[in-house]
Design a protein around this ligand. Structure first.
Ligand code: PDD
Length: 284
């Protein structure tokens, strides 16, 4: 049985408790981060902490734990649960108060929960065979740049994809791809330029996206941050997604149209290798 962390205590998962009055539960009033673990070490961890603080600031949430404490909790859970490959999930909510739309953050204790998930990340069926994507309308709220636990629509989009026989969904607003249900979206043009949507309130500023772009730029890969349509994506040489749990995940079809011969593309797989090599060098 896993050991999880709840508000200062390491407890067996079946003994972990959060109040029914927690605003995370009642109002999705909380934020989260997911950091990958390879060889027992955290990938891109400082960037995940930076984004946690940014999300907290945007929502006026208090982060009571220091960065050193948060790193120590991550490490303790990795060690107690013997995680070699997997993820650490960290969620922070505004805390517990009687149900009311209005809140008084200062009088509340934030809730902090962390748990691990052990799973293969380096060799997966997605990394080997790629994933099929269908497009789904993006009807999420106007602050997709904040990593909140308000994930009902992304879950529904993924289920819609599954019901249409695909692996995942790309979200489309006004004909332009915003991002994946839980990843950032990229295409590779015929002349090898990597294209991804620029940061705005419409997408999450992915940690993997930003790390990959800096590694790719350092190796001379050309990158264009611009919007692209779902039609352009179907015509692209290759496509892929980035996220902390997938790293660089090849896309082999979009709305039934095959890309790169229905196999993971060479540029994508090169970028995956670069990302894994470079991020391991910097692992915590
Ligand atoms: N999801 N866009 C969305 C909507 C996401 O939910 C995620 C991550 C990303 C990629 O961000 P990053 O590279 O920082 O993981 C982009 C995580 C993995 C999740 O919800 O499990």
């Amino acid at each position: 049985m896993r050991t999880v962390y709840v508000n200062g205590a390491y407890v067996p998962e079946n003994e972990a408790r959060v109040s029914v009055f927690d605003r995370g539960f009642l109002f999705a009033d909380g934020i989260y981060e997911v950091a990958a673990v390879i060889g027992g070490k955290l990938i891109d961890f400082p960037a995940h902490l930076n984004r946690l603080h940014r999300s907290a600031d945007e929502l006026g949430l208090r982060v009571d734990a220091s960065n050193e404490e948060l790193l120590a909790i991550h490490r303790e859970l990795i060690s107690r649960n013997g995680i070699s490959e997997g993820v650490v999930y960290m969620q922070m909510t505004r805390g517990v108060a009687d149900r009311d739309f209005a809140y008084d953050t200062d009088s509340m204790e934030p809730t902090l929960v962390l748990f691990t998930q052990s799973r293969p990340l380096l060799e997966t069926s997605t990394s080997k065979n790629g994933m099929s994507i269908v497009s789904v309308e993006d009807i999420r709220w106007g602050r997709c740049d904040i990593k909140t636990v308000q994930l009902l629509y992304p879950s529904m989009a993924k289920m819609e994809a599954r019901s249409r026989g695909a692996d995942d969904a790309w979200l489309v607003r006004d004909g332009m791809v915003t991002e994946g249900s839980s990843s950032n979206a990229f295409i590779v043009t015929g002349n090898g330029i990597i294209v991804t949507r620029p940061l705005s309130n419409a997408i999450l500023p992915g940690i993997t996206r930003s790390a990959l772009m800096s590694y790719a730029a350092a190796t001379g890969t050309r990158i264009a941050e611009r919007t692209f349509s779902i039609e352009e994506a179907k015509d692209a040489a290759e496509a892929f997604v980035t996220s902390a749990s997938v790293f660089v995940g090849p896309v082999i079809s979009i709305d039934g149209v095959e890309l790169s011969g229905g196999k993971p593309g060479p540029v994508t797989m090169g970028l995956r290798k670069t990302y894994i090599t470079e991020s391991l060098k910097r692992a915590n």
